[in-house]
Design a binder for this molecule. Structure first.
Ligand code: 13P
Length: 341
């Protein structure tokens, strides 16, 4: 396989084609450091490269994975087997190389406890360099938290504006933007609160995307599912989550959008797969958008635990990664069932 994708629309469709989804392996140096600490492995340039190599070189991963989101350092690293730079290594397998371009969530001045995503300064130049290096899509994550008083309209509006600025710049540089407004599921809120906030955020984001001339067919939306807060009582069932999420999107996400690839957001691996599966079953053949995954933790956790930083565990870790990739691939087609776990 290799990549033969000639427009933003073709790249966006290929990213969410049925049976395939995106591996989010774009943890910043700080975040991957905490993940490696969990398995008692020191975070070095070499250990980070070895871990990403394990995922990218897993035999047959391209059957389930359409694209990989990398971090700046990873985009510049290379295959351990033959030194091929990762963008080329992945493209040769038919996997689309992507790059995280935001500079993280920082305190939003004038608001108590809310965040704004940084990274617009110099973004145009960085996108030009990344495109030359082979990146065909990018990611920008905005973070919204539900609490007694928040989110504020100010936080939603400024984050939506920045997401649209980023998306317009990506498209001007022939890069598909993944637009990720993540409503965190930390807290005690119920699924109705999650619904109301997700609806407001998506309306605001699409208003800004429209205002700034973003081509919906040449982008991918990376949303949260509509879930109960992790610390809430009487948490919603798989069916309730699937129904609420689809109802929310039917009100807010234009059918022209190239595709939807969910984040996992700290759900258990099994829940992330079951929710995606249920939504695809409910939509059946009558799909306004392809619903796929862009999971970080829900694809990687079992592999990370199996690896523990040791060469002798690489093939076990790859098998653990492939299992999640395959089950999520089935979920994009509504063909997963719990007894496959
Ligand atoms: P999770 O699936 O672990 O939430 O990560 C996805 C991601 O890329 C967050 O920006």
């Amino acid at each position: 396989m290799s990549l033969n994708l000639n427009s933003l629309e073709e790249v966006a469709s290929a990213m969410v084609a049925s049976g395939r989804g995106i591996l989010a392996a774009d943890e910043s140096t700080g975040t991957i450091g905490s993940r490696l600490a969990q398995i008692d492995t020191e975070s070095t340039f070499e250990s980070r490269n070895a871990y990403r190599d394990l995922l990218f070189s897993a035999d047959g991963m391209e059957n389930y994975i359409s694209g990989v989101i990398m971090y700046d350092e990873t985009l510049r690293q290379s295959s351990l087997a033959d030194g091929t730079p990762y963008p080329e290594f992945l493209a040769k397998k038919g996997v689309i190389p992507g790059i995280k371009v935001d500079a993280g969530a920082h305190d939003l001045s004038g608001s108590e406890g809310e965040k704004i995503t940084y990274g617009l300064d110099g973004l145009d130049e960085r996108l030009k360099e990344y495109r030359k290096m082979g990146a065909r899509f990018a990611k920008w994550r905005a973070v919204i938290k539900i609490s007694e008083d928040n989110p504020s309209g100010y936080c939603i509006g400024t984050n939506a504006h920045a997401l649209a600025r980023y998306a317009a710049l990506c498209q001007a540089n022939d890069i598909v933007p993944i637009v990720e407004p993540e409503i965190l599921m930390d807290g005690t809120h119920d699924i109705d609160d999650s619904f109301v906030v997700t609806e407001e955020v998506l309306h605001t984001v699409f208003f800004e995307l429209y205002s700034q001339g973003v081509n919906y067919s040449g982008m991918v939306l990376k949303p949260n599912m509509v879930l109960s807060g992790y610390d809430g009582d009487n948490r919603a069932s798989i069916d309730e989550v699937a129904n609420a999420t689809l109802e929310c999107f039917s009100r807010t996400v234009p059918v022209a959008v190239g595709g939807i690839a969910f984040l996992s957001g700290g759900q258990s691996d099994e829940d992330a797969t079951a929710h995606l599966n249920k939504m695809n079953q409910l939509l059946g053949d009558n799909k306004p958008w392809n619903l796929s995954f862009s999971y970080g933790r829900a694809l990687q956790q079992p592999a990370l635990k199996a690896w523990r930083g040791k060469d002798e565990n690489v093939s076990t870790a790859q098998a653990a990664f492939m299992k999640r990739a395959k089950l999520n691939s089935l979920a994009t087609q509504g063909k997963y069932s719990e007894d496959m776990e």
